[in-house]
Each structure stands twice: as C-alpha cells, then as structure tokens.
Design a protein around this ligand. Structure first.
Ligand code: ATP
Ligand code: MN
Length: 482
C-alpha cells in the first residue's frame, strides 16, 4: 500500500510511539559520526524540526553523504522516544529518498546566523529560515483572523478594483497602468499623451485605497471590509513604507467617529489575541530572537518590554484617546521639542505630525497606544466629516509603539453641500467623482471607516523592525527582484 505523508506538525502533536510514518521536508542540519547521523528535518508546517536518526545498517552511506543542508528528502521509518534531549520523539529512518540535492559549496542558506540584509538578497530561499518560516505562517494566521473577525460580526468582504480610474486621492503617488507604447505614445492636439487611446480610454492607475468603492458597498450592505493589495509610488525609503502593501479597510454605515474608534481598538486587540493564542510556537521563537537582537544594541535602543510583553500589554490596556489639539499642546511643551531634538519642531497648531512625534506620544508620554482624533482639515483628505468648529475634521489615527501610525480613518462627510464645497476648495474635479457624490444624493447617512496597513500590523506582532521583512517579496524604490 502506498504510504501517505504525515506533516511534521501533525506528527509532533499526536506523537504515536512505534508508528510507521513517511515524512518529507528540507534538511536544516546534519551532524553525527560514522555510526549514526542526526538530521534536523523541517517541512514548514511548524517551526519545530523532526530529528531523523540514520545509521548505515539501514541507509546506504552514499545516501547519507548526499544529505546536506537544503536538500529535500523523504524518510520512512518508525517513530520512537528520543534518547537525546531537546525533543520528545525522533524518527528511526528505514528508507530515505533524496528528492532534491543541495550542493553544500553553493547553497546560500548555511546553518549559521545571517543578517536580515543578506536574507533579503535571497528572498527566494529565506522562507526556509526559522525567522521567515515563522513570519510566513503568521501572515497566514493574521489574514485568517482578519476574515474571521469581520465575518463573525456580520461584515461582508468586498473586492474593490485594483485598477482604478479615480485619482482623487493620492495623485502623484500612483503607479500608472497603460498599454500605450512608451517610446511612441499617441499625442493629442496639444502634444500631450492621448490617454483616450489607452486601453480603458482614460488614465488609469493602481489603487492607493479601496475606500471610495468600499463606501458604495457600505451604503447598501451596512458593514463591509476590503482586504487587498494597495500601491503607493511614494519615494520614501523608510522602514515602514512599501510600494505594494496590503490594506484592510472596513466601512460601516451608521457609525460615528466614536463607534469607529471602538471598532478599531477592538479589532487590533482581537488580532493580537489571535496571534497569542494560535501562533504560540512562532511567537516564542520571535520573542527570543528579539531578545537576542537587543543584546547587540545600545542600552538606550533596547526594548523596555519583550515582544510577548508588548502583545499582552496591548490587550490589557485601554488605548489613550486625545484630540489633535491636545497632542499639539503636549508636543509643544515636550522635552525633545524644547531641546530641539525633534527633526521637525512643533511650533504651531496645524503642523502635520511626523513619526517621531507619534512615537513620542505613544512610547514616552502615554506609554500605550494612542488614538488621535479631530485633525486640522488642511492636512486631511476631502471626504472627512467637517466638525462644527470649521477647522477640524472627524479623522482618527491609531498610533502604536515602535511603529507610529498603524490605522488611519475617519467619519465620512455625508452632507452633499459640505462635501462639494470641500472638493471645490481642494481643486478636485467634481465630475470625476460623480458616482461617489451620488451616494450623498440618494439615501445618504452618517458612516465611517478606517484603513489598517497589514504589514504594519505584522511588524507589531512579529517584533520585526523593517517592513521589508514582513512581506514575502517586498516592493520598494529600485527593488522588484523575485
Ligand atoms: P503614513 O503617514 O505612515 O505614510 P498614511 O497617512 O499615508 O500613512 P493612510 O493613507 O491613512 O496612511 O493609509 C492607511 C494605513 O495604511 C496606514 O495607517 C498604514 O498602516 C498603512 N500604510 C500607508 N502607507 C503605507 C505604505 N507605503 N506601506 C505600508 N503601509 C502603509
Ligand atoms: Mn503616507
């Protein structure tokens, strides 16, 4: 009978001593002597390796010789209690097939400590490292948690377009989508490129947000969310920005800003709780990894809490909620502002907050996540609901330790006249938004929503510090390898 393969995770969880099993995976290490070899095998189902014991009475020496780090093998044998420390069970190999060899002279991922920079250069192989295996598995778990959270609350998942014809938001930071000949594009009478001749008969771009279309759905289905790829051609080479990232954007009819903040806080806590509950092994590894990394840092740059402590801290504490105006007061009178340690000094109301200010509020002042709300209308988008003071809009940003902004959201302007006025003030072409404005003409109602950058959340739950390390194949300026 053909034996079916067992995944290592299943095997370790239901270890049946004496069971005859078949496992397949990639060799992490091999050690031992002439009498016996110990092979650490990993198949990605868990961070844990299975120890394979191979001796020349069962396995040809020639085969054992070919089992090097990186090779892919299939092993049949009997599961036994392990003699050594470090694992409860091990597999006594009776038959080993080498599915794919890996030349030890050439395989780049040798079992030693590699820098994250080096691992980025071998992004095609880095999922075979403990760190990236953990990150890949956690990305999956967190994606599933996003869907579960909203599904359980009666939200509907809406697929908003990736190619968009609306450039109302993020003009200048968009990637153009075209089939026109770059060498020789058709020109109009003015000598400009004639996008009427382009595939869609107009200028199109990759989306920077699914929100506007999400609103259309919310004003029919009440509670919806999107979760898809998002593109920004911002040339900011930071550790928090990608040119291609994934965003989760819930949009809710009948929610005001308060409801919006409540949902955002509950959602973030749920995701963190889900990770703690369902990713324990990977988190334990990442926690220790971060502790080890800290040891090489200056005292002042070390984390005051471990990763696991930070995750528990999020769940156990209410987020602080303060207005933008209150935040400006705190920042103006703060030590780094007075001592001119901020790169951008806060002088007056109206200033756009930089990541250094956000992190000061979270890490130094409040020492917990902060929701800032009611921002000056000048620094926010046209669709945010205008407050009575005529100066601020009902915007909210959720700020997290180590990251800064993790969520940006708002109550939307549902009043047609106010919305049209703002669109005019901001020199946006109203005609292009005719379909968006229709929702304010027909059955408009208060509604709210926000955007959570999935990779920013991944930074937080994995304790990684560069956003390039929490997405399998990062897209950043000058980099689209793999
Ligand atoms: P930032 O000020 O950090 O650039 P933003 O104000 O441009 O953020 P929004 O337009 O509000 O961000 O987008 C919603 C969320 O999407 C942000 O809170 C963040 O989590 C995430 N996000 C925005 N830009 C990026 C990016 N380039 N890479 C990864 N995530 C991003
Ligand atoms: Mn931005």
């Amino acid at each position: 009978m053909r034996q079916t393969r067992t995944k290592i995770k299943t095997l370790l969880e239901n270890a049946a001593i004496d069971a005859q099993v078949l496992v397949k995976g990639w060799v992490r290490t091999k050690r031992g002597n002439k009498q016996v070899s110990f092979i650490a095998l990993n198949d990605g189902s868990t961070i844990k390796n299975l120890q394979i014991v191979a001796d020349p009475t069962h396995i040809a020496e020639d085969t054992i010789k070919k089992i090097n780090t990186g090779a892919c093998i299939a092993v049949q044998g009997k599961l036994t209690e392990s003699q050594g420390s470090g694992q409860a069970v091990e597999l006594q190999a009776e038959k080993i097939d080498i599915l794919g060899e890996a030349d030890p002279e050439k395989y780049p991922l040798q079992p030693k400590k590699h820098s994250l920079e080096f691992l980025r250069e071998i992004s095609h192989l880095r999922p075979r490292s403990n760190t990236f295996g953990a990150i890949y598995r956690m990305r999956h778990a967190m994606s599933y948690a996003v869907h579960k959270y909203f599904h359980d609350k009666g939200f509907f998942y809406v697929h908003t377009p990736i190619i968009t014809g609306s450039d109302a938001e993020g003009a200048g930071e968009m990637f153009r989508v075209t089939t026109l000949d770059a060498q020789n594009p058709p020109l109009n009478k003015q000598g400009n490129v004639d996008f009427g001749e382009d595939f869609f008969g107009k200028e199109t771009n990759l989306t920077v947000s699914g929100q506007l279309e999400g609103e259309l759905a919310a004003l029919a289905l009440s509670d919806i969310y999107t979760f898809g790829p998002t593109f920004r051609a911002e040339n900011s080479n930071t550790t928090r920005h990608l040119a291609e990232f994934w965003m989760i954007e819930p949009e809710m009819a009948f929610y005001d800003l308060q409801d919006n903040m409540d949902l955002a806080e509950d959602f973030l806590k749920y995701l963190v709780g889900y990770a703690l509950k369902h990713c324990a092994d990977d988190l334990e590894f990442l926690n220790q990894r971060a502790i080890d990394e800290d040891k090489n840092k200056k005292q002042s740059e070390q984390n005051s809490m471990t990763l696991l402590e930070r995750l528990h801290f999020i769940i156990d504490n209410e987020f602080a909620r303060i207005t933008y105006t209150e935040a400006i007061d705190i920042l103006k009178n703060s030590k780094p502002n007075k001592k001119k340690q901020f790169q951008f000094l806060i002088e007056a109301w109206g200033a756009d907050l930089q990541s250094e200010h956000e992190r000061f509020l979270v890490e130094k002042h409040f020492k917990k996540p902060v929701i800032l709300y009611n921002y000056p209308k000048e620094i926010k988008a046209f669709y945010m609901r205008q407050n009575e003071d005529d100066k601020t809009v009902a915007a909210m940003d959720v700020l997290f330790p180590g990251i800064g902004e993790i969520i940006g959201g708002s109550q939307r302007e549902e009043r047609l006249d106010k919305l049209q006025k703002r669109i005019a003030e901001m020199n946006i072409e109203e005609e292009k938004l005719w379909w968006y404005l229709d929702t304010r003409k027909f059955g408009t109602t208060p509604h709210s929503g926000f955007g959570l950058g999935f990779e920013r959340m991944m930074l937080f739950v994995t304790g990684m510090t560069n956003i390039r390390d929490v997405i399998p194949f990062p897209r950043t300026p000058q980099n689209a390898e793999f």
